[in-house]
Design a protein around this ligand. Structure first.
Ligand code: CP
Ligand code: NVA
Length: 311
């Protein structure tokens, strides 16, 4: 069975830990693994803008001995003339894996259902699981262990980042709190899934509306843009509702004194985070951005290994 990575809970706790270990190994010896030597090609498709995801997949695939094929949806038939399922069937004859940044999660599911090569979610409206592998790697580097740590995500609880935080941190045995306005709470089905996983890992998942309560005593504080890609028309309304959720020095003071600050970037300083926090000593955003490379390489190596095992 081909393994895909469409949401954070597509990996078991043991598999997530194995990929993070592999990422740390590849970070120490960047060119140690060449499963794509040949080179084999990996298609990386973008319906939305990207800097980090585009660069880290392109560089990572090349590091693994492969050839990245970056496709902008606007210049492909996927922009309207062809379905995800037909695209999947065309691509599987020529590439080793498909990486796709898109809107609805259902598109990724359709792609995965119709192909024999691994499909990776490079961000959808619902989840950003590759970012979470990088974030967990970063937290592990700075704190040693993941299980038992408390993470507070502030801002848009219905966003891809908040929802991936719920699933990935529950998988890692962490205590994850989302602090968001009631109208922007995470999907209850995602919260329920996170709680089911947390019950097996010793973690927990909590949704709160009070930002101070969400960060109280946290080991890690995280935020993301209030205006995700595709929501630009709602910017004025969102800025009003999210005003009290800005991660600034006052809010950080409620977390542990040595709490880490993470942000997937790009950031709007003065909105979801103050410049003092994101550019301050608790911020680990540049390690986090670099770790996209190592985490995704490990993910690709692992997914391709499952293909070999299955063959
Ligand atoms: N964090 C992240 O996914 O960045 P990009 O949108 O630049 O890829
Ligand atoms: N939530 C953001 C993440 C960007 C990497 C967005 O979807 O635009």
């Amino acid at each position: 069975m081909t393994r895909h990575f469409l949401r954070d809970d597509d990996l078991t706790p043991a598999e997530q830990a194995e990929i993070l270990d592999l990422a740390a190994e590849l970070k120490r010896d960047r060119f140690a693994s060449k499963p794509l030597a040949g080179p084999q090609t990996v298609a990386v498709i973008f319906d939305k803008s990207s800097t980090r995801t585009r660069v880290s997949f392109a560089v990572g695939i090349a590091d693994l001995g492969g050839s990245p094929l970056i496709i902008s949806t606007a210049n492909s038939q996927l922009s309207g003339k062809e379905t995800a399922s037909d695209t999947a069937r065309v691509l599987e004859r020529q590439v080793a894996a498909i990486v796709w940044r898109t809107y609805a999660q259902t598109g990724l599911e359709e792609m995965a259902l119709n192909t024999t090569v691994p499909v990776v979610n490079a961000l959808s409206d619902e989840f950003h699981p590759c970012q979470l592998l990088a974030d967990l790697l970063t937290i592990r580097e700075h704190r040693g262990e993941l299980a038992g740590l408390t993470v507070a995500f502030l801002g848009d609880g219905a966003s891809n980042m908040a929802q991936s935080y719920l699933l990935a941190c529950a998988t890692a045995g962490m205590h994850v709190r989302v602090g968001s306005p009631a109208a922007y709470s995470p999907d209850p089905a995602v919260v329920a899934d996170a709680r089911t996983i947390a019950a097996t890992t010793g973690g927990s998942a909590t949704v709160l509306t009070d930002p101070a309560e969400a960060v109280a005593g946290a080991d890690i504080v995280v935020t993301d843009t209030w205006v995700s890609m595709g929501k630009e028309d709602e910017k004025a309304a969102r800025v009003k509702v999210f005003g009290g959720y800005q991660v600034d020095a006052d809010l950080m003071a409620g977390a542990k004194p040595d709490a880490l600050f993470l942000h997937c970037l790009p950031a709007d300083r003065g909105y979801e985070v103050s410049a003092g926090v994101i550019d301050g000593p608790q911020s680990v955003i540049w390690d986090e951005a670099e770790n996209r490379l190592h985490a995704q390489k490990a993910l690709l190596v692992w997914l391709l290994r499952q293909q070999t095992v299955a063959a």
